[in-house]
Write a protein that binds this ligand. Sequence first.
Ligand code: CUO
Length: 671
Amino acid sequence: MARFALALIACGLVAVVAATPADNEFLTKQNEIVKLLNKVHELNFYQDQVTISKDYDPLAHLDSYKNVRVVKELVKELKNGRLLHRGEIFNLFNAEHRREMILLFETLFFANDWDTFHKTACWARDRINEGQFIYALSVATLHRPDTRGIRLPPAYETYPHLFVTSQVIHEAYAAKMRQEPAVIHMNFTGTVRNPEQRIAYFGEDVGINSHHSVFHMDWPFWWNEEKYGVTKDRKGELFWYMHHQLITRFNAERLSNDLNEVEALHWEKPIVEGFYPQTTYRKGGEFPARPDNFQFQDLKDIRIADLEAYEERIREAISSGIAISALNNEIISLNSTDGINILGAIIEASSNSVNPNYYGSLHNLAHIMLGRVVDPLGKFGMPPGVMEHFETATRDPAFFRLHKHIDNLIKEHKDSLLPYTHEELDVDGVEVKNVEVDDLETYFEEFDIDMLNALDDAAGLPDVDIKARVQRLNHKPFGVKIIADSAAEKTVTVRLFLAPKYDWFGREVQLDVQRWKFIELDKFAVKLHAGENAIVRKSSESSVTIPDPLSTRALRKLVDDAIAGSASLEVDKDYRHCGVPDRLLLPKGKENGMKYTLFVMLSDFEEDKVNDLPHDYAYGGSVSYCGTINHKYPDKKPMGFPLDRKITNVDDFKVTNMYFRDVEIKFNPIH
Ligand code: CUO
């Protein structure tokens, strides 16, 4: 189909982005954060930060912090040598490591002003473990009102070891020793003898890895809403939905590569796919490898029986439709739309769990079990596995199996709810007449990762330009045009989903099965006028994706130029680091074309509306899977609506404000 002229027929679709040019105060903050996260494995080296670190004493400025006790405790533990040392591996799933990191986070978060925050960060950078420092500083920067809109450097540049293979690191060192610039080609793990390697480009995509790791910084499972005064709206539900979407996306990728969909793991059955990460910690050795068909093992402190017991109780809650709260054994119904939020928090478990003692922490414990599976008793002193870091977890096929298991539990809950009624689906007077889509074409491209931060510095050995070159999936930009009639002027929410039309066996998938496989492509609100409307939306505007972040070098240059007045840095207070990379919006498809179902639904925005903001407010751009930090989740409907509940009668389900059509995705191998 010919590409249609977007500009001529667009239906008032320029989203409201709250961006303004950065002033000097913001540019200074932006500059300081980038400096703090540059070469964090080394001590402060920018002279101003060195001086602050040397001279600053948090105890001499206690009146500059909201929570004095935390500051005193952090300093006391540091003086007593009780904190994780620099160079050691920080593992967020380790309760002690986490407790120490939270002390630092709270010290930073509760600093009364930017000046105190900045000085504390310079001070901590020389004294606290760098993994704890990166994580605490990042989460504090994302959540402090005075650092809203600051851009963090890409995670794969701050800590490249978690994103590239050992071979790349070795070659990068060799190039630096030779003082020769280099571009090192990175292969995906495994060989052609391992079918899983066919979709390694997805699980090992640096953009997916950083989306996942930042999601868990935006929505930390340890977040204390009361203490921090920041509510995490629908966090339990979002935990499910973001991971559900990762699985549907992964499965669509598998089908594109002639692999069957991922199966859930079970505590008693072998973990079919082994995994050899071919990745090394900066210090502490290689990430442990797992052979095929390995069984779960009891750890010193977590037993398989614990997981089974927690899961039994969770299943009991799902089938009975009630959870038991720790607060006076109060009964909480799960049969409302909020049930998923309660259940998500219980399963993760986050600090929002209504009863962590009773329901445990199924998901977090499973991450630890999988991470330590090959050295369960610590006999060989192996470092944590890839499943114990959000940056590396999606590399392991077991990640998707674990989350599929959890997704199945949630599906049991969703299937227990009543299907949506005609009234809940129908929008009076609105009809979608047609949906046109540009050609959908995917291809692989090359991308370079700056290895500057991966390598140690030594006197007389200056930095040289060393890059890791990876293959990554991309697609041609495309547009969707929706022709809709409306009886009157009305603002609607437009929901766009995509799912494979056929399963692995080549059978057409029935809607009630297919509904759980739909990838949310976009969601936005638009004003219809009475009569016929043409709604045009570009792929780059999608509410699930973010564009490529600026590299550290480009970010520093932009800030320098903006300070010098020769460029302008736009500040969006809702700026998001979480989000699927723009280029991964579409699954790969096949060379000869692969059929998908495109589903479009318009719903009544006045019923969906949550925040008192313009209907086209952009929320930083990736709100669908990542929510928003500064506002409530801007859609009252359950995430995944209307495909999250059973469709028992397709005729009842299909209303005029919906539209289904086939589309085809072609992979171009010679781009
Ligand atoms: Cu994101 Cu399990 O929650 O990896």
